[in-house]
Design a binder for this molecule. Structure first.
Ligand code: ADP
Ligand code: MG
Length: 359
């Protein structure tokens, strides 16, 4: 059955800088999944599956976005993806991972943990309640200047080849896939990988991510019979008890995509190396936007989808157009200062709502 992309919107609070500058709030949640933008010549309303305003907690976003269901679907063997989209400084990384830890010894408060950590907790709880039949592993990649790099591999970053095969679709060759069994282990992998991620100081955000990052959790549920183990005296004919192979094994994935900022180059004061980065980011987000526009057309009227235009669209091909289940979290600032980028994000996200997949 066809399923629509689920698109939710998160509005972050005004930052201290924005408040000090005297920025006006131009975005207002009207409840019921609608948002109203009111500024200068703009007066528009947009609808989403859910809207989280500045007062929403991280937990509310986890529960209200459908993230918990996505985790459960991954355990059931589906390919699930959540991606955070929006301009630099709009709260993408905060939504996915929570605030940056203040220091090595002082991790973020549990209430501020993001969608990723909450999903890990949920996965490991499920894993424990199901006995030992869930095998979990993680890979973590970034796309920087159109190169795919492994964030879990120690040593200097090196580019990995992206290939295509009939059975696997697009895949990255030689990427590390690390098994984990505890919350501490996966939190550690996330931290190590995030520290390797390419970031640059930027006019809009001091810790701006200049790459797209994709953390994928592979969930394998092994073939174990759901029937209780036979007990001799109750089963005089043990051969009649279903064998474990009666229940097929499932392989699902849960992929978290933290996209680099969507803003245009001129607004960030980027030059030199930074502008090469910005152009690559813009190009891949443009390719993503183009694929989304084409995918948003009814299936019968669809043309060829140019996934090959960027590394990002190749890696997201399955989640966007194929058999995946996808949640998009569009992030915006409420400030009058960000109005044009906010409208861009809202239009982009509204278009994404029309995309369908066949899980
Ligand atoms: P992005 O990843 O989109 O560039 P960040 O997630 O780094 O943006 O957020 C920019 C700044 O705003 C950070 O200092 C972050 O802590 C803060 N911030 C973002 N979203 C929220 C929120 N919902 N509540 C409080 N602070 C937030
Ligand atoms: Mg970020």
């Amino acid at each position: 059955k066809e399923t629509r992309l689920r698109v939710v919107l998160r509005v972050r609070p005004l930052t201290c800088t924005e408040t000090r500058r005297g920025d006006r709030r131009v975005v207002h949640s009207l409840g019921d999944g609608t948002i109203h933008v009111n500024a200068a010549r703009h007066n528009a309303t947009f609808g989403f599956s859910a809207v989280f305003d500045a007062g929403s907690s991280q937990e509310a976003v986890f529960e209200g976005s459908g993230m918990r269901q996505l985790v459960e679907l991954a355990i059931d063997g589906f390919s699930c993806t959540v991606f955070a989209f929006g301009q630099t400084g709009s709260g993408k990384t905060y939504t996915l991972m929570g605030p940056l830890p203040q220091s090595e010894t002082q991790p973020a408060a549990p209430g501020l943990l993001g969608l990723m950590q909450r999903s890990f907790t949920c996965l490991l709880e499920q894993s424990r309640s199901r006995g030992s039949d869930l095998a979990l592993s993680a890979s973590y990649l970034e796309i920087y200047n159109e190169q795919v790099r492994d964030l879990l591999r120690p040593g200097p970053p090196c580019a990995l080849p992206l290939r295509w095969s009939k059975t696997r679709g697009f895949y990255v060759e030689n990427q590390l896939n690390v098994d984990f069994e505890s919350l501490e282990a996966i939190a550690d992998l996330l931290l190590q990988g995030s520290q390797r991620r390419r970031t640059s100081a930027h006019a809009l955000n001091r810790h701006s991510s200049r790459s797209h990052a994709l953390l994928t959790i592979h969930v394998r549920s092994q073939a174990v019979s759901t029937h209780p183990a036979p007990v001799g005296e109750h089963h005089p004919h043990p051969t009649l008890v279903p064998q474990p192979s009666a229940c097929p094994s499932k392989q699902g994935t849960l992929c978290f995509v933290d996209l680099a900022g969507s803003e245009r180059v001129k607004e960030t004061g980027s030059s030199g190396e930074l502008s090469v980065e910005a152009n690559n980011i813009n190009r891949s987000l443009l390719a993503l936007g183009h694929c989304i526009s084409l995918l948003a057309k009814p299936r019968g009227k669809r043309m060829h989808i140019p996934y090959r235009d960027s590394k990002l669209t190749q890696l997201l091909a399955r989640s966007l157009g194929g058999s995946g289940i996808t949640l998009m979290v569009a992030c915006i600032s409420p400030s009058s200062h960000c109005l044009s980028e906010t409208l861009n994000t809202l239009h982009y996200a509204s278009r994404a709502r029309r995309v369908t997949t066949r899980p």
